[in-house]
Design a protein around this ligand. Structure first.
Ligand code: ADP
Ligand code: ZN
Length: 761
């Protein structure tokens, strides 16, 4: 007898092991300890074959020697991970062209995979470079690699996102060996912030039902649904009652009371003896959602997200697994929660980019949720005020049920929106103006009335570039093809790369021509914060972006202070646009509405429309009416115009014309491939090779664009070439890629494959 096992090692497909005679067959989903090279790892049983190993034992047909190694130990008599979740992980790996092992971290609670080395707030992470990979590929003799170094590189070559240095040390790779490898350029080192649950402090002891003191979340008894809510709920209840797979888009404007509908649906599903999974896009949104569900379900609600401490996550996972839980609230990876009898999956803010994982497997939690529901015979509700083009496309086509909420609860009006043409503002006020007159006045008026304002700019930092007026050069990152962003003012001023975190002093003279005429250009949230303080002295201003919340707990503190009225004006990136319900906000200012429009990405308009609609939806959610002021250089762009009118169907029509003309999703499927190498020519040559081999495949079924230098042509010292594959059949695209990789298997480790990418930048 032999078994196929998924082990938590990147890029690995299923491995095959023998079960020694006399050992009882493990179940699918059980954990087994298996030898892997010189290591011993814990894996999950994915498939069992009782027949003899004479048939080809590997599922991919790669052929494995018949003398496969025996497993060492079976850890569980029963399935540890439910078999349907194992199958879902396998589907995910295949669909997103990843190794099955890549999905294991999402399946297992932290402690079940033997401790994690990253339980620090900031760790140094080593990852192998293209040079390192090449050194490994070259024969032993030619290289001056010691045994230890080779071992370290081999280890790292299996971990595309890198390994934390403490974890390396635990495997006998000493710090000086690491720095020597870094000196040779074989590995790169970076500092990773490990963003733990920002609410960990306030939400500790997940079973506790300590009431929260947020005015925005005050529990209200069973409230009367509006007529519109009732009609929507009735339609969804009818779908849920069928007990079969259905997808519904709950398309409701911001503040239309979608959460109330989710909770009632979940209650109905529970009465029918089934369970519910509620996905939210951000860790920061889980406590609010979980609190609301606890009011209805008491203790039988669990939270799952990567921000929980290992212990908490483990306990919650076990409770779900034991069947003590009826509702799981969580982020993306909660789609793999070991919940059984799933009857309902809600994906709130289904359009949100956070559902897409940006490392392998590059899955979209929304789409995996749909597959899970399909297999479980469950109802999926995709909630959004601004559905993704894909989802709306399916709703229009009749594949998804389309349930609409057109009005806010209690007939609260949508915010009134004013567009400010910044070209006129520059003409009147000079080219350096950041806050228009109208926005400055509006902020001041809120201060006078003791109301609150949110100011959005989707760009961090103080200035976005430093350039020389003499030679026109810019100060760029030495490792990446981007210019450095200035953070801070005065003595705290630093230039930083937003991709690799390279940091330098801002020089006084131009490093290229030595001219003394360096100037800062562009502006980010830090500058806006400073401008608000300058325009409204005495205002209590705070900033919310990734820099501001670097310290653990800052995010929850900031949100709480804002909700409790200790902050008047909150300046921030898209983080402030998400889901939060602040009843005293009556003004939303958008400083450069067109930040994203300049990007050469096919979703630029969609993202701009969504962001503007969502952020305008943050104003006037309480008793007081709201106002949004949108500053832009392109007041006539359709995504800005239609967001201001909150006209989703018109936006969809207009955007579909573009997608059709350019043959982009949802008209076609898209796969983005990036090949990295230590030289530009190397990257381009390898990418060209892949292009050719893919084209040799099924030329009729797909179109390959490229190779071309990737938009981010150099990243962390490595050059990147890109190719795009378009087609109507994802399976054919994947097969063509797999065929290409079979001819150049060594490319796998230097290649990123993104199926259904959210961005091609
Ligand atoms: P959405 O998710 O659609 O943007 P929410 O579910 O956050 O909207 O609801 C917006 C606000 O309206 C919340 O404060 C919620 O408590 C409140 N609300 C929802 N339904 C009702 C109702 N039927 N009557 C009164 N208030 C409601
Ligand atoms: Zn950089």
């Amino acid at each position: 007898m032999f078994i196929h096992v998924a082990v938590p090692v990147p890029n690995l497909d299923l491995l095959t092991y023998a079960v020694p005679d006399g050992v009882a067959a493990p179940k699918v989903g059980a954990r087994v300890v298996v030898p892997l090279g010189t290591r011993v790892v814990t894996g999950i049983v994915v498939e069992i074959h009782v027949s003899s190993a004479v048939e080809r034992p590997t599922p991919t047909g790669g052929g494995r020697p018949p003398d496969m190694k025996p497993i060492r130990e079976v850890l569980d008599a029963e399935a540890f991970v439910p078999p349907e979740v194992v199958a879902l992980a396998r589907w995910t790996a295949e669909y997103y062209a990843a190794g099955v092992g890549d999905t294991i971290p999402a399946l297992l609670p932290p402690m079940a995979r033997g401790g994690r080395a990253d339980a620090h707030k900031s760790t140094r992470v080593a990852s192998i470079t293209a040079a390192g990979l090449e050194a490994l590929e070259v024969s032993n003799e030619a290289q001056a690699l010691t045994e230890k170094q080779r071992g370290a590189l081999e280890l790292l070559s299996g971990a595309p996102t890198g390994i934390a240095t403490p974890a390396l040390a635990a495997r006998g790779i000493a710090p000086d060996a690491i720095s020597r490898l870094a000196k040779h350029g074989y590995i790169s080192l970076r500092h990773d912030r490990v963003d733990r649950d920002p609410f960990a402090g306030s939400d500790r002891g997940q079973t506790g039902d300590r009431p929260r003191s947020d005015p925005g979340l005050t529990p209200v008894g069973p409230r009367q649904l509006t007529a519109e809510q009732t009609a929507a709920l009735d339609r969804l209840l009818a779908l849920a009652a069928k007990g079969e797979f259905r997808v519904a888009l709950l398309h409701g404007v911001t503040g239309s009371g979608k959460t109330e509908i989710y909770i009632r649906l979940a209650s109905a599903v529970r009465v029918a003896g089934r369970r519910a999974l509620m996905l939210v896009p951000e860790i920061a949104l889980t406590p609010a959602a979980a609190t609301l569900f606890r009011q209805a379900f008491g203790e039988r609600v669990a939270i799952q997200h990567s921000g929980l401490s290992d212990g908490e996550r483990h306990d919650q996972w076990q409770r779900i697994r034991r069947g003590d839980i009826d509702v799981v609230v969580g982020t993306r990876s909660a789609v793999f929660a070991p919940l059984q009898e799933v009857g309902l999956i809600v994906v709130d803010e289904e359009h949100d980019g956070s559902y897409k994982q940006d490392e392998s497997p590059r899955y979209n939690g929304r789409d995996v949720a749909i597959v899970r529901a399909q297999r479980a015979g469950a109802l999926v509700v995709l909630g959004s005020a601004t559905p993704s083009m894909e989802t709306y496309h399916n709703a229009v086509a009749g594949k998804y049920e389309h349930v609409v909420l057109e009005r806010r609860v209690l007939d609260r009006p949508l915010a009134s929106v004013t567009v400010i043409d910044m070209r006129e503002e520059y003409a009147a006020e000079g080219p350096d103006v950041i806050l228009s007159r109208k926005l400055r006045e509006a902020i001041q008026a809120r201060l006078d009335r003791r109301e609150q304002s949110l100011i959005l700019l989707n760009r961090r930092g103080f200035a976005t570039a430093v350039f020389c007026r003499q030679c026109a050069g810019t100060i760029d990152c030495p490792n990446c093809s981007v210019s450095l962003v200035v953070h801070g003012e005065g003595s705290a001023k630093r230039a930083r790369c937003h991709y690799c975190n390279y940091t330098a002093r801002v020089p006084k003279a131009c490093p290229l021509c030595a001219g003394p005429y360096l100037e800062q250009a562009g502006f980010g949230t830090e500058r806006v914060e400073a401008e608000v303080r300058r325009a409204s002295p005495g205002a209590r201003v705070a900033r919310l972006d990734r820099d501001a919340i670097r310290r653990r707990g800052t995010l929850s503190t900031l949100l709480r202070r804002f909700r409790e009225g200790e902050i008047d004006v909150l300046v921030g990136t898209q983080m402030i646009a998400k889901g939060h319900d602040f009843p005293r906000v009556t003004l939303v200012g958008v400083v450069s509405a067109d930040v994203g429009l300049g990007l050469a990405d096919f979703r630029a308009s969609e993202r701009t429309f969504q962001l503007l609609t969502q952020v305008a939806g943050r104003a006037g959610r309480g008793e007081m009416p709201g106002e949004a002021i949108v500053q832009t250089l392109y007041p006539d762009h359709y995504s800005i115009q239609l967001a201001c009118r909150q006209d989703y169907p018109a936006f969809y029509e207009r955007e579909m014309r573009f997608r059709k003309a350019m043959r982009y999703p949802p008209v076609l499927s898209l796969v983005n491939v990036v090949v990295r190498s230590r030289t530009f020519a190397g990257a381009m040559d390898d990418a060209a090779d892949v292009v050719q081999k893919v084209r040799e495949g099924d030329a009729d079924a797909l179109r390959v664009l490229g190779p071309a230098p990737a938009p981010l042509g150099k990243l962390r010292g490595e050059y990147r070439a890109q190719l795009l594959i378009k087609g109507t059949n994802r399976r054919k695209i994947r097969e063509a890629l797999q065929a290409a990789l079979r001819l150049r298997p060594e490319l796998q480790r230097r290649m990123v494959v993104d199926v259904d990418p959210l961005s091609v930048l």
